[in-house]
Write a protein that binds this ligand. Structure first.
Ligand code: 6R9
Length: 574
């Protein structure tokens, strides 16, 4: 498993918030970070206050907090305006009788109203459940039912997917639209906002009180409601500084929708806790619009994902030259392993190192990352953030030596760790089954310099002729082939080898499927990686199944291959 080369990309910039990773680890204390918050003095805690109002009450009051754009709207809001709009929505909820601990869901596309509603709900102490607008009725029902939601904020177009008849606990459906038809429990957002007071008495909560519920799918069964608390702000704030590298004049853009944890932890909390200008682009992925957004707002920090970056790479280098992307100074990625080829391409066309970051819905915030001041090893997700420890452990909790593949585990606790799985304590306990450790479900290894290398989900690791092969290394080699745009690799049961490697491949524009191409691709992996890692079967597909957050769903590929049920598909893209 030492095949990952010693390829390394030296730092090009230093981060004033963390000049030296090793030094920071030695001197770090979470208590020092807490001193940056108002509540350290006052004892009064609320995430939305720390993210918005605190800045509105400072010299940042008239600084732009949000630049919003989509194909039809273009608006900007200062911290003061964010405060007033979220106050108003807080009052709308309070007038409906919403109190601390109530579950309020937000099921709508990204617009400024989504963010006002989100922050307003947090201000009255509600636990917010953000949902992707793409969810169909069944997915919405499962989540609202499981959490016992009392209110949902949605739009006229999505209203028919809120099955009120099946949701006896749901009392209020707040509709954000110009024409809202009256009905039982229906609340007209604009009408209520028009008269709502801009003054709100914020609900001060305990650090351990519920903040957000993110439903995330496992490979089987219903999605799990991962619950985070206000205390997570400590980690959001700190990682915003040392990982996102947020500084006063930055313009920051995170591509993620709040239906995915990246769109809340790093689309709402981290940037605003740090008083940054945050760009939100609504609408779907479009290479031209995306580059146009960077150019227009002079975005300096861009947080994206391997899928989006691979798609941009697939579109090619020419388009990049039509835009002025010189404002960019820090680029990051999350959600899936970042293929070394994408890192090389980013260096070439953007002149930027792409910093991979590893974390999960359950971890609430960054854990294993690359930092501006640290050398990047393409293909590695980096090193644990100061204040935390990561290790590779076997199933009994023994820490494994360098280069041995095993469970990626994190020493408990850390500030943004999930506090429960809604209605499912047994599931929660499973993650902590080895005392002192959180078991991520990912398989990885650590090199002798402490860099972590992702191999796959534990369930995805392939055992072929006695060799353990992580699908990621094969996929990464595959996308280096000039014809391959994306690849998903699974183990297919085989009577002789245990499993053989099968690759599903999406081709780049201009390539057509053929047996010669299959043979050439297999040879490419055999020569570039190893014979045992070369796919014995290749299937071309127009599209690979992905989640809304862009993850290739290997379990779906496997289920297709074996003719088995595909399990929960509520998060699948289209
Ligand atoms: C933030 C987020 C978590 C799972 C995680 C892992 C995969 C995320 C990754 C990565 C390799 C990275 N993952 N980041 N794999 N390198 N940098 O994605 O949360 O949607 O809960 O997914 O995603 O498998 O366990 P979530």
């Amino acid at each position: 498993m030492e095949q990952q080369s010693t390829e390394s990309v030296a730092p090009t910039a230093t981060n004033p918030n963390m000049k030296n990773y090793e030094e920071e680890r030695k001197t770090f204390s979470w208590e020092e970070i807490e001193k940056n918050f108002t509540w350290y003095e006052t004892g009064k805690v609320n995430m939305a206050y720390e993210a918005i109002d605190r800045h509105a009450e400072s010299s940042r009051a008239n600084k732009i907090a949000l630049h919003y754009c989509d194909d039809t709207r273009e608006e900007s809001y200062t911290f003061e305006q964010m405060k007033l709009n979220s106050n108003k929505f807080g009052n709308v909820l309070r007038d409906l009788g919403i109190v601390k601990g109530d579950r309020v869901f937000i099921f709508m596309p990204r617009t400024p109203e989504l963010y006002f509603a989100f922050l307003g709900a947090v201000k009255v102490g509600a636990i917010v459940g953000p949902l992707f607008e793409a969810f169909m009725e069944m997915a919405v029902r499962d989540r609202l039912q499981d959490s016992g939601a009392i209110a949902v904020v949605t739009t006229p177009a999505l209203l028919s997917r809120v099955p009120v008849a099946d949701l006896p606990e749901l009392k209020h459906v707040i509709v954000v639209g110009q024409e809202v038809e009256a009905g039982e429990g229906i609340v007209d957002y604009y009408k209520q906002m028009a008269t709502a007071s801009e003054e709100l008495a914020i609900e001060w909560v305990d650090r351990e009180d519920g903040l957000i519920l993110h439903y995330t799918s496992g490979s089987t069964g219903k999605p799990k409601g991962i619950c985070h608390v206000h205390n997570a702000m400590i980690q959001h704030y700190y990682t915003g500084k040392i990982v996102l590298d947020l500084q006063e004049d930055d313009v920051y853009w995170c591509n993620a929708d709040p239906g995915w944890v990246t769109g809340t932890s790093y689309g709402i909390f981290a940037p605003w806790l740090n008083g940054a200008t945050n760009v939100i682009r609504g609408g779907r992925f479009s290479p031209k619009d995306w580059y146009g957004t960077i150019e227009k707002y002079k975005i300096s920090i861009w947080y994206s994902s391997p899928t989006a970056l691979r798609m941009l790479m697939g579109v090619g280098d020419e388009l990049v030259k039509q835009f002025d992307l010189s404002s960019l100074r820090h680029v990051l990625s999350v959600g899936e392993p970042l293929n070394p080829e994408v890192v090389r391409w980013g260096l070439k066309v953007y002149g930027q190192r792409i910093h991979d970051t590893w974390w999960m819905t359950e971890t609430g915030g960054h854990l294993v990352c690359n930092y501006p001041a640290m050398a990047i090893r393409p293909g590695s997700m980096g090193k644990p953030i100061p204040g935390t420890d990561a290790a590779i452990v076997d199933d009994n909790g023994n820490v494994l030596p360098p280069y041995r593949m095993g469970n990626l585990a994190i020493k408990t606790p850390w500030p943004s760790m999930m506090r429960k799985v809604w209605n499912n304590p047994a599931k929660y306990e499973e993650y902590f089954r080895i005392p002192g450790w959180y078991i991520s479900g990912d398989s990885a290894y650590c090199d002798e310099d402490g860099y972590f290398w992702f191999q796959g989900r534990i369930d995805d690791v392939i055992n072929t002729a006695g060799e353990r092969v992580g699908p990621f290394e094969v996929e990464s080699k595959l996308v280096e082939h000039p014809a391959v745009a994306e690849a998903g690799v699974i183990g297919k049961p085989d009577p002789i080898r245990g499993e053989i490697i099968k690759a599903f491949i999406g081709l780049r524009d201009g390539y057509t499927p053929s047996d010669e191409l299959k043979a050439d691709i297999a040879k490419f992996v055999k020569e570039g990686l190893s014979a045992h890692a070369a796919p014995r079967e290749i299937e071309f597909r127009d599209k690979l199944p992905k989640t809304r957050s862009g993850k290739i769903m290997r379990r779906v590929l496997k289920a297709w291959e074996l003719g088995l049920p595909t399990g929960d598909l509520s998060t699948i893209e289209d």
